[in-house]
Write a protein that binds this ligand. Structure first.
Ligand SMILES: O=C(O)/C=C/C(=O)CC(=O)CC(=O)O
Ligand SMILES: [Ca+2]
Ligand SMILES: [Mg+2]
Length: 419
């Protein structure tokens, strides 16, 4: 049974009372960024709510965490603060609670139509790491880049492989992506330099780090969930021609670092809790430091649409699910810290491309077109890789009984390379 708010919330909304995702926004161009929570078609301004003294629980009453231009301070406070904030906001928005419902001026200042505000990156991201945790994606990339002999390296089944990404070029949904220029090396030819000819998306999600750990003090895998505030949708834009030529032996560099897009709303692990499901059986069993008492994934349906340049209509090119990940986000986080590496509040851990087993569930054009050998159809037109003007739109949603816990969208449009 859905929780009841005094606000009218459509049953199709991604943002009912059960969700309450956090973001950062500006009410208008001239105002300062502040934290907010999405509720139906509105954004609840947490700075206004805090200034009105309505965060009156023991942890948040005297905190300035919602008077900040990003969520980092709140992320650092950890799960007790997150739980207190969620309980307070759920109560404030409920149909039975008068303090906001019956206060017209507070509603006027504190509840803004989502369509009118400008969303920003929700946190300052110090470091960004991208994992490689879908077995289907690993196998498909391996087949294309390395051949059938060693499509998946033996180490893949023993540890969550990752590379260090570039934090400075992470942008919020809606930001244009400039087609990168770089070197490619078609087989049998000399390298060329120019605009990427094989620009791709990668369907991913990412974990937002909470308190983090001190340098030299790893996080236990069974406590790793306490360090994850929530998840966002993520597009790890990838230039496949640049990547294929540069990545041996050190891994992704300029083929990935030109841009990564995340959705503006962080859906908390607390909101995702009802959608937890068993993670895949791991064979061989992981080493003890990666063995979880409770190995959990989430049932999150994911979809990618492309709106071709100059068209109003967008077309679904793939459907996948977060539960296809072989390595869980908690294993990823524990593994990241096992050598003593410190994670800090606001760090971003990409899951890796989330491909499922069927060709209709592959998470990037490289796999969907098998490196340009076939086309994906977009109504009257088709693509091997992205063209200038194409907009790529990700959505993610958990289906509850009579409600959704959704992520909204994560989108970006390709604009031409600089001349
Ligand atoms: O197989 C490779 O060499 C690399 C493939 C990727 O592009 C992987 C990557 O960015 C990680 C991921 O998204 O799973
Ligand atoms: Ca990736
Ligand atoms: Mg990227």
């Amino acid at each position: 049974m859905a929780l009841k708010s005094f606000l009218e919330i459509s049953p199709d909304s991604h943002f009912p009372m059960e969700n309450l995702p956090y973001g950062v926004f500006k009410p208008d161009e001239s105002s300062a960024p502040r934290p907010g929570v999405a509720i139906g078609d509105y954004v609840l301004d947490l700075q206004v709510i805090a200034s009105a003294g309505l965060f009156n629980g023991p942890i948040l009453a005297n905190s300035d965490c919602f008077h900040q231009p990003n969520l980092n301070k709140f992320l650092e406070m950890g799960r007790p603060a997150w739980k207190e904030a969620r309980a307070t906001i759920q109560k404030l928005l409920s149909s039975a609670e008068p303090s906001l419902r019956d206060n017209a001026s507070l509603r006027q200042n504190g509840l803004l139509p989502a369509a009118q505000v400008q969303m920003l990156l929700p946190m300052a991201i110090g470091d960004y790491t991208d994992f490689f945790s879908s077995m289907h994606h690993a196998r498909n990339c391996g087949l294309m880049f390395r051949g059938p002999e060693n499509a998946i390296n033996p180490n893949w089944f023993h540890l969550p492989i990752a590379y260090h990404g570039r934090a400075s070029s992470i942008v919020v949904s809606g930001t244009d992506i400039i087609r990168p220029r770089g070197q490619g090396h078609p087989s049998g030819n000399s390298p060329y330099f120019g605009p990427s000819r094989k620009l791709d998306f990668e369907l991913e999600m990412a974990a937002v780090v909470g308190p983090g750990n001190r340098l030299g003090e790893p996080v236990d895998v069974n406590e790793a969930a306490e360090h994850i505030f929530g998840l966002v949708l993520m597009n790890d834009w990838s230039a496949r021609d640049i990547q294929a030529w540069e990545y041996v032996p050190l891994g992704p560099f300029l083929g990935k670092s030109f841009g990564t897009t995340i959705s503006p709303w962080i859906v908390t692990l607390d909101a995702l809790q009802p959608f937890g499901c068993d993670a895949p059986q791991q064979n061989p069993s992981p080493l003890p430091y990666l063995a979880e008492k409770n190995s959990k994934n989430y049932d999150i349906s994911l979809e990618v649409q492309i709106r071709p340049a100059g068209e109003e209509t967008s077309y679904v090119v793939t459907r996948s699910n977060f539960n296809h990940l072989y390595w869980t986000v908690t294993q990823q986080l524990a593994h990241h810290t096992i050598n003593g590496c410190n994670l800090r509040p606001g760090d971003l851990l990409g899951t890796g491309t989330i491909s499922g087993p069927e060709p209709e569930s592959y998470g990037c054009l490289l796999e969907l077109t098998w490196n340009g050998q076939k086309n994906v159809s977009l109504g009257g037109t088709s693509r091997k890789f992205l063209e200038d003007g194409d907009e790529v739109i990700f959505t993610g949603c958990c289906k509850g009984n009579g409600y959704n816990v959704g992520f909204g969208t994560c989108s970006g449009k390709i604009v031409p390379s600089i001349p």
